[in-house]
Design a protein around this ligand. Sequence first.
Ligand code: SAH
Ligand code: SF4
Ligand code: F3S
Length: 482
Amino acid sequence: MSKKVYIESYGCQMNFSDSEIVASVLVKDGYTPVKSAEEADLVLLNTCSIREKAEYTVLQRINEMNNLKARKKGLKVGVLGCMAERMREDLLEKKKVVDLVVGPDAYRTLPDLLSKVGTGQKAVNVLLSREETYGEIEPVRLDSNGVTAFVTIMRGCDNMCAFCVVPFTRGRERSRDPHTIVRECEQLVEQGYREVTLLGQNVDSYKWTSPQPLSRGEGLPSAGIVANGHSPSPVGGGREGAVDFADLLEMVALACPTLRIRYSTSHPKDMTDKVLVVMARYANICKYIHLPVQSGSSEVLKRMNRGYDRAWYLERMVSIRDHMPECAISTDIIAGFSGETEEDHQQTLSLMNEVVYDMAFMFKYSERPKTMAARKYADDVPEDVKGRRLAEIIETQKKKSAERMASYVGQIHEVLIEGVSKRSDENMYGRNTQNSVVILSRSFNGTELKPGTFVRTEIISSTAGSLFGTVIQVLNAEPVAA
Ligand code: SAH
Ligand code: SF4
Ligand code: F3S
């Protein structure tokens, strides 16, 4: 009988994507993934350290595992991901229920660590690597809707934003071999997937250099694609042995013309016009950019060590809209960073009013141990002021989201259906290229619409969070080719 593993993921999409690598390693080691902790012999929590609250949620969940262990003899519990990296052996000491602690770069060693756990010992591996990209590991898709998937293209982050724990939990930045990325996307197409999101903490600094010098036309993916005759003249390069993010996007767009392509996350200081040119050129690259601004005040951005100021960010906005007038933009904003004055806060609100984001993720600043901000600056904005500023930011965004969504009414959008609407099983939901959720009726001309179908849709109404549409044509199989 094979052993059963349940993996619960917290945090960013990269963590969810890592869980699929972990599942792949464990399936090879004889485990079967299951859908609940109650069914499992091994429970793995893939954790996040980004804010104190994120860690608190997981610490509560670890406590719950105590009860489960009391009921299920032999159950083993492991902590993976960013909290494993940050808290290390402390986790084993403070939370006796934990048997196993494994950092984000050590998942290949899981089988060895688990055999140690099997003999009743505790096991830890939190070594970070400069090379590990899990490049050739074929992920086992967990909780998949069969329509959309994530593919990690790089790991770690070298940016050292003053507030951020990620460089400490994920280590140095490294890029995955583009051949393996393209191959994984091609496999997704073969398996019937319709959309991929390419993931990295800062995709704009993706850089892959061939380990060996290549002769002309040999080995490099762009060159290969040109030789295959898919494209008359790609925007990208890659011919000198280096592949940057724009080149990679183009390679995937050309290799998988029926696949919709998204990516996350861009960094305003590194986002190039070359990427915008590639995005504009290929219809199967979605017109949506997540570009976290964090603050509208240049003073605050400087203390955050973000590497750009307000004027630079706004110039990037102009360039996006010059290249792709229909492009949607979303952002992340932190309220109440160290030293943030009322005037700084007002600048964040004014930037939001100026840009008009489709969507935003908004957070109260949470000081993280070891970060530059924790070492250099006092966490001096009182909790109630942080709360009030966050509420104002959320209020402003609600209005702007509603404005953006209303501007889509009357337009015809191509929507990829992802599944049955959570609110009513009479309806389906999907997304347009701008990444907004579109609600549609479940049937069209007497036939039921299935997940994975592309439909031309007239947008008939909107709220701040979603659009409602009427299907006018089923496009399906060859939907969005360039
Ligand atoms: N790599 C991405 C962001 C990764 S973390 C980027 O550079 O934009 C996701 C978001 O969490 C960040 O954009 C930021 O808004 C928020 N965040 C990160 N650290 C935080 C902290 N200490 N307190 C509050 N929010 C934080
Ligand atoms: Fe954190 Fe900055 Fe890296 Fe994003 S770019 S992960 S915010 S250090
Ligand atoms: Fe959280 Fe780690 Fe992602 S801290 S946001 S899971 S990189």
